[in-house]
Design a protein around this ligand. Structure first.
Ligand code: OSB
Ligand code: MG
Length: 369
């Protein structure tokens, strides 16, 4: 298959409610969409980076340049014999995996459409419905947080994840646990702590957390291994795992017992599947993370999460929790038992609302003709 053309566009999409983490508040997303063209068919990808370089080094503007000036030109005009080859076209680029994944995932969608099969099947997925949790941003007060939790549990979500940061941790988690003794509960620090905080992190053991996500530095596995030796709660790494090699090293050091797989962070479906397989063969649970994606990224996440190793509830939830109107049709919907059904339509399995995307577009670029 020859990649004939790539269209890039940036859309602006306001969130239904601001989302606050230990590294900042997001109110409006600036999302890059990628459309690849080959032999009369198209595939779509979504760049999952945040607006600024705070979760990792990538941001909307730097990803735009990487896509427009490097990843796009390296891909257009090239011939591939399998979707696994797509990521190799941009392998000269170091880092910038979210930008590279936007093209890689679009090519997987296109390949699946070419074969007339759903992407989940092309990836080797087996699960018909995927278990879902929600990630709740930091709230002004515990009362506000408890109210949000109530809403999400009523909607059926199977697991609640709380964002924590210094000053909003032990007491807040305690208040939640007191109200909800039986729920599956996790916390995500987005690297807000160091080994100096070990005492507080150990006290979180009181709350029977399913996992503590990325407590220490975004690029660390050594200190996480030290921390894991000293606490009972399983550590789950997010930011620190960029490849199957990273997963192997972290697991062999004992830096974590669970891994959050995000498609963009690991450069797309090919590497995500390698991590899933590596972990599944060793009985290490994985789950699908989220990056406040619009519908295209969300649909790719759902396809990925049908793979058998995704055994824990992920952060992929209903479109309406984020958007008044999504860019796919139908929007992603969650069942009353907190699951999302895979789609059996070809490719990512959702229709792209191109008219809406057109309205939301603030810049565009075409690579190839
Ligand atoms: O660490 O999982 C994270 C959002 C932006 C950046 C990082 C993270 C998150 C989330 C949101 O937790 C997950 C979602 O998309 O619902
Ligand atoms: Mg995280």
């Amino acid at each position: 298959m020859k990649i004939e053309r790539i269209e890039l566009r940036e859309i602006r999409l306001p969130l239904v409610a601001p989302f606050e983490t230990s590294f900042g508040v997001t109110t409006q997303r600036r999302i890059i969409l990628v459309k690849v063209f080959s032999e009369g068919l198209t595939g779509w990808g979504e760049c999952t980076c945040n607006e600024g370089p705070f979760y990792n080094h990538e941001g909307t503007d730097t990803a735009w340049i990487v896509l427009r000036d490097f990843a796009g030109p390296y891909t257009v005009g090239q011939e591939i014999a399998a979707p696994e080859e797509a990521i190799q076209l941009t392998s000269r680029i170091r880092g910038n995996k979210m930008a590279r994944a936007a093209i890689e995932t679009a090519i997987w969608d296109l390949w699946a459409k070419r074969r007339g099969m759903p992407l989940w099947q092309l990836l080797g997925g087996t699960q018909e419905e995927i278990p879902c949790g929600v990630s709740l941003g930091l709230q002004e007060t515990d009362a506000a947080l408890l109210k949000k939790i109530e809403t999400e549990l009523s909607a059926g979500y199977q697991r609640i994840k709380l964002k924590i940061k210094p000053g909003r941790d032990y007491e807040m988690v305690k208040a939640v646990r007191r109200e909800h003794p039986g729920i599956k509960l996790t916390v995500d620090a987005n690297s807000a702590y160091t080994l100096n905080d070990i005492e507080m992190l150990r006290r979180l053991d009181e709350f029977d957390l399913m996992l503590i996500e990325q407590p220490l530095a975004y690029d660390d596995i050594i200190d996480h291994a030290e921390l894991q030796r000293q606490i009972a709660s399983p550590i789950c790494l997010d930011e620190s795992i960029l490849s199957v090699d990273d997963a192997r090293k972290a697991l062999s050091l004992g830096a974590c017992r669970i891994i959050n797989i995000k498609l963009g962070r690991v450069a797309g479906h090919t590497e995500a599947r390698k991590i899933e397989t590596y972990c599944r063969e060793r009985n290490v649970p994985v789950w699908c993370g989220g990056m406040l994606e619009a519908g295209i990224g969300r649909a790719h996440n759902i396809a990925m999460a049908t793979q058998a190793g995704f055994v824990l509830p992920g952060d992929v939830s209903a479109s309406k929790r984020y958007w008044t109107e999504d860019i796919i049709v139908p929007p992603v919907e969650v069942t009353p038992r907190g699951t999302i059904f895979r789609s059996d339509a070809p490719g990512i399995g959702y229709e792209i609302n191109e008219a809406r995307i057109e309205q939301l577009t603030v810049r565009r670029e075409t690579i190839g003709d």
